[in-house]
Design a protein around this ligand. Sequence first.
Ligand code: NDP
Length: 311
Amino acid sequence: MSKVPQIKLNNGELMPGFGLGTYKSVGGDGRQAIKDAIDLGYRQFDTAFFYENEDEVGQAIKEKIAEGVIKREDAFVVTKLWSHFHDPDKVEHACRLSLGNLGLDYIDLYLMHWPYGYEYEGDKIMFPTNANGEIRLSNVDYLDTWKAMENLVSLGLVKSIGVSNFNEKQIDRLLSAAKIKPVCNQIEYHPGLQQTQLVQHCVNKGIAVTGYSPLGCPDPSRDVPNFITNANVKAIGAKYNKSSAQVILRYLVESNVVPIPKSSKKHRLLENISIFDFQLDEEDHKALAALNINQRVFPMSHASKSQYYPF
Ligand code: NDP
């Protein structure tokens, strides 16, 4: 079984330095994937209210607890506050909804999914739109949302709180006002988008960085480069008898970024976590750094008019 290192967060809690992404893991295969992942040594599970699969994630974890494979404290469950819940009066409600979906007593890490908010039109209306079909952005300041998230820690509903998709300025503004520092910033990070300055900034401030879409989301329906089939990445893999995916995920780990690749296939789940038995050299780092083209998979352009849009 792979030995995943633990990352000590700025509040003293430990977070596994590798995790499972679950976006689009729905409809049964997600639940099976999480159970397989647990058997293979995964202990961090990344979900979100927005993914509409918190129930499957929670169910899989509870089944593995019932089987005696893990205890609740072995699993590190991450979920996220969606943007239509940014009003401080909605935050505890949103957190309790996620807890209910998961069927758990507490969340290990609760993240603000995006710094910008939407108007609230009901729990299930995740993209509220006006008559022209444009998304109704709200003016709620993420500092006010954050204060309400701090309260969740006092209530014992969540152990740690953090953010996602925050830029450097937003991190600094949050740090200057926060009673509880964010433990983590979850950002897009893969060979095509290497946000090294933002990562260094977070590390300097004691904030762990998780990298989402770490493989660059190699989805044929999206117009994004495929790093799995990239000849340079393959050549590096050949040196170590590792696959392209393993090279990329190892590169994140060696760049202070915790990868959370998603897969619903057991052989890939094993492949992806088997990266803690080799090390890339300086030449590999240079070759992988050269793949950066600052191209996002998730630009979320619909929110670009918000004063809190991060990109
Ligand atoms: P990933 O970069 O993890 O890519 C997932 C895709 O890669 C799937 O299609 C998967 O297919 C395929 N894949 C997985 N392993 C391999 C492999 N070894 N070789 C070839 N293909 C592979 O993209 P995601 O966007 O899913 O990002 C990971 C996670 O990050 C999400 O699931 C989610 O939890 C989180 N996230 C967070 C966001 C945020 O705003 N905070 C935004 C987006 C994602 P298959 O399942 O068939 O193996």
